[in-house]
Design a protein around this ligand. Structure first.
Ligand code: 0A1
Ligand code: ZN
Length: 885
């Protein structure tokens, strides 16, 4: 709760630690109604911190201090001071040993931070500041220590006892207890500490590293999930190989473990040698997990594994540097996924996600730079900006340097800083030193918040055969930053002639053309680039591959967009042209709706999509992506004032019209793909993802026709599919359909069949929470009473309440404000149970500025109500107070 932590912490106040901890020896005694933690800290004065012996201030929260010793001398109450968050004592020499014993209560820890119980299992989550809830410590990432951990617990209930590093000893105690000792040879900050005790089974495999070392790989799960681990294991081995091949990074311990945990605030955690995962990011098999879930498991396994170098071997100096490890590691995992499956599809997915969600964050009250300079509660800064925009910043460095120099830079970074806790500046410096490229101005991407706008205009001079592009960049004000300086914007582009061929590109002053596609580096607020030898008016293809996270505008006509959709050699930009065309058409419909006019869909969109559907030579995943109209959340983000009803009605109208006009080709593609699905066993690979995605989006359009043959096909797919991708898609379509009887039957069948599988039930909750049919809030209320629902499990909260507030915009934004009231009620309840989840759940209410005055007032009133509701956690307090400021 809000103690002294709700004060703001500033990057400019950073100071090196006064003391260092060379060795950390921990002993845990785990019991059902409490646990005891004994810590021996071998410490010394930090030589970099100056002279004298200042007081030693250890972090510690919710710890019952039982015993404290300094160099074997028992300390009495007068020898130290204790507050709700710190223990202060006075060292008398440069080197000393602190011993402490504390009692903690993992069994009643619902915040899921520190040591807690998930079901019957003990587990930990220490990032960012959870370790201080385990023992008194210097809980900051620049204090790195060698850990030895002994865990003791009752043997029958907790046969498996794990911690970081290598197992070095184990044995039995009297009274049916046993113990195990683990030693981690690598220095690490406390946030990478982990402990697990439980009744777990494991799947074991091995990996031979590039220097021929054999590494044991183990994935631990609850016994009933042992058949859902193979996909994660295969993903792990692919990740280990990829990191050797692409970054030259080898694994460094003899054993690598993953443990699946049901109650977990985030996706997973990269603890050294002992990754702890939300079970939703490990468990996957065809029958219970969708294609999207399989891809997420693969990506998260890769992400956590890659942290072993980008995060663990080289870690962050302080939490303002969080993107140093997160932006870099997201970039690494997205490149891994691109190399493993389809690069273009992965880029489309990432960009669609970034533009919908990160751009909204960047335009909202919590907007912050990739390297923030102030925070109240660090848990609130595990954001899309730190992760996704941080990854875009890394991608831009990669684009500016090219792959060889980028690799030289990453090699230098890892070599120079191995075993250190460093800053984003250190990373950029390594990139500069390895490449010889000056990134001084580029670093504004780390310090300035907000999404830059890039306005582009063109001028063609037929007589001089020159074509000029003028770029004007600006960036809106964000909290605490009213003025922005120009960014370095790498802009990949090509020019197309009337046949769709790429023109050779020669800039004024250059002797020869350097190929057809190139990257311009835009550095000024306004800048013109002139291409010479351009014999006809070209059509520019701009920001290829989304080479910078900006909002680009160029006055394309709809016909030009259709041309780019067909001819652009850049797959991403073909999709992007389709999106821009759809946005133009949908915005026209939104205007018609607002003016009370009859809606009329531009038939060019219908014809463009028909052409795609009829072309069987195209990548099916691309066709599916092109058929997916921009979502309501994205249409909200790009609106000046979001009109919830108009956006929903316009988009639904377009879908209906497309479904009717394209019924025949949609049905043909659907049937052909379903036939293949029926005859093919499930495979988690790109071509199969592609086939199923086109099949399922076709089905969702077809059902809008309400034809009996489609209903029959949908029910057939629901009942007979051998995989969750097809089954869930059919269920979702039924849930959103007017076929009441079929819907209820399918929901009941599904729940009956999967009632014992928590992750599948999450999907069952989500599908219903997301249904735009009227009465959404009542359905969510009813589902909260279902026996499988509990507010104590973050996955359940996200699946039901999160899906309702984030994906069911028409129901959440009910004009009577009931959706807002509901969300605020849940936030108030969760504030006491799990502050991190409460504060994340709150995000939709913070976006009140996007809406018309009536909704603004309702949303603000709910934020005020939360603020006045009593003792708030620092997590919730920071988000609410900043969004009302
Ligand atoms: N570092 C982990 C995710 C993570 C972040 C914060 C947490 O608590 C505030 C927990 C986990 C990752 O990037 O995977
Ligand atoms: Zn991460």
């Amino acid at each position: 709760m809000r103690t002294e932590q709700s004060k703001t912490i500033y990057l400019k106040d950073y100071q090196v630690p006064d003391y260092l901890i060379d060795e950390t020896h921990l002993t845990f005694e785990l019991f059902e109604d409490h646990s005891l933690v004994h810590a021996q800290l071998v410490m010394r004065r930090n030589p970099e911190a100056g002279a004298g012996l200042p007081p030693l201030v250890l972090d510690g929260q919710q710890l019952e201090l039982l015993e404290l010793k300094l160099d074997d001398r028992e300390l009495g109450e007068g020898d130290y001071s204790l507050t709700a968050s710190h223990l202060t004592l006075q060292p008398t020499q440069e080197r000393f040993v602190v011993d402490s014993s504390v009692r903690i209560h993992p069994e009643s820890n619902t915040a899921l931070e520190g040591l807690y119980k998930s079901g019957t299992m003990f587990c930990t989550q220490c990032e960012a500041e959870g370790f201080r809830k385990i023992t008194f410590y210097l809980d900051r990432p620049d204090v790195m220590s060698k850990f030895t951990t002994t865990v003791s617990a009752e043997q029958h209930a907790y046969p498996v006892l794990l911690s970081n590093g290598n197992p070095v000893a184990s044995g039995s105690e009297e009274g049916g207890r046993h113990w195990a000792t683990w030693e981690d040879p690598f220095k690490k900050p406390a946030y990478l500490f982990a402990l697990v005790a439980g009744d777990l089974w494991c799947v074991e495999d091995s990996f031979t590293t590039m220097s021929s070392r054999e590494v044991a790989l183990r994935i631990y799960v609850e016994p009933e999930n042992i058949d859902k681990v193979q996909h994660a294991m295969d993903s792990l081995k692919r990740s280990m190989k990829w990191d050797e091949e692409v970054y030259g990074r080898e694994y460094d311990l003899d054993i690598f473990m993953i443990v699946a945990v049901n109650d977990f605030n985030m996706g997973a955690m990269e603890n050294k040698g002992l990754n702890i995962f939300n079970s939703s990011c490990v468990l996957a098999k065809a029958e219970t997990a969708t294609d999207a879930a399989h891809q997420r498991v693969e990506a998260v396994v890769a992400h956590e594994y890659f942290h072993n170098w980008s995060g663990n071997r080289v870690t962050c100096r302080d939490w303002f540097q969080l993107s140093l490890k997160e932006g870099f590691t997201v970039f690494r995992d997205s490149e891994f996924s691109a190399d493993t499956h389809s690069r273009t599809v992965k880029r489309i997915e990432d960009v669609a996600y970034l533009r919908t969600h990160q751009f909204a964050e960047d335009a909202g009250p919590m907007a912050h730079p990739v390297r923030p300079d102030a925070y109240m509660e660090i848990s609130n800064f595990y954001t899309l900006t730190i992760y996704e925009k941080g990854s875009e910043v890394l991608r831009m460095i990669h684009t500016l340097l090219g792959p060889e120099l980028f690799r030289k830079g990453s090699d230098l970074y890892f070599e120079r800083h191995d075993g250190q806790a460093v800053t984003c500046d250190d990373f950029v410096k390594a990139m500069e030193d390895a490449s010889g490229i000056d990134l001084t101005q580029f670093k504004r991407w780390y310090t300035q918040a907000g999404t830059p706008r890039l306005q582009v205009s063109e001028a063609y001079d037929a007589s001089a055969q020159t074509y000029s592009l003028t770029f004007r960049q600006s960036c809106p004000a964000t909290p605490g930053q009213s003025e922005k300086l120009p960014f370095v914007i790498p802009l990949a582009l090509g020019l197309l002639d009337a046949q769709g061929n790429e023109l050779p590109l020669r800039l004024q002053g250059e002797a020869t053309a350097s190929g057809t596609g190139r990257v311009l580096s835009i550095t000024e607020a306004e800048q013109t680039f002139t291409f010479e030898g351009i014999a006809e008016q070209p059509l520019p293809s701009l920001l290829r591959g989304f080479s910078a996270p900006v909002k680009l505008s160029f006055p394309y006509s709809r016909d030009q967009l259709m041309f780019l959709m067909q001819h652009d050699s850049d797959g991403f930009n073909r999709w992007e042209a389709g999106q821009q065309l759809s946005v133009q058409v949908l915005q026209e419909l939104i205007g018609q709706y607002q003016r009370g006019e009859e809606l009329a869909l531009d038939q060019r969109l219908v014809e463009a999509l028909r052409t795609l559907l009829l072309d069987e030579s195209l990548d099916q995943a691309m066709v599916a992506e092109m058929l997916s109209l921009p979502g309501e959340a994205y249409l909200t983000e790009i609106s000046e004032v979001a009109d919830v009803e108009a956006i929903h009605e316009a988009r639904e109208f377009a879908r209906l019209q497309l479904a009717a006009a394209l019924y025949t080709p949609l049905l043909a593609r659907y049937q052909a793909n379903r036939d293949v699905s029926r005859a093919t066993p499930y495979v988690a690979e790109a071509a199969h993802f592609a086939r199923r995605s086109l099949q399922n989006i076709a089905l969702s359009y077809l059902m809008l026709s309400q034809q009996a043959e489609v209903l029959a096909a949908c029910v057939e797919q629901f009942e007979n599919a051998d995989n969750m991708t097809e089954r869930l898609a059919a269920l979702a379509v039924l849930v959103n359909s007017p076929f009441e009887a079929e819907r209820s039957k399918a929901l009941a069948m599904f729940a009956d069949f999967f009632k014992d599988d928590a992750l599948v039930m999450d999907q069952w909750f989500s599908v219903q929470a997301g249904s735009p049919l009227p009465g959404g809030l009542e359905r969510v209320h009813a589902l909260m009473q279902h026996e499988a629902f509990t507010l104590k499990n973050p996955n359940k909260v996200r699946a039901l309440i999160g899906a309702f507030a984030n994906q069911n915009l028409i129901n959440f934004h009910q004009a009577d404000g009931s959706g807002y009231r509901f969300l605020a009620d849940q936030v108030i309840t969760l504030n006491a149970l799990n502050p991190q989840i409460a504060s994340r759940l709150l995000a939709p209410l913070t976006r009140w500025r996007k809406y018309a005055p009536a909704r603004q007032a309702q949303m603000k009133a709910e934020l005020e109500r939360i603020l006045a509701s009593g003792e708030l956690s620092s997590d919730v307090y920071e988000v609410v107070s900043k969004s009302l400021a």
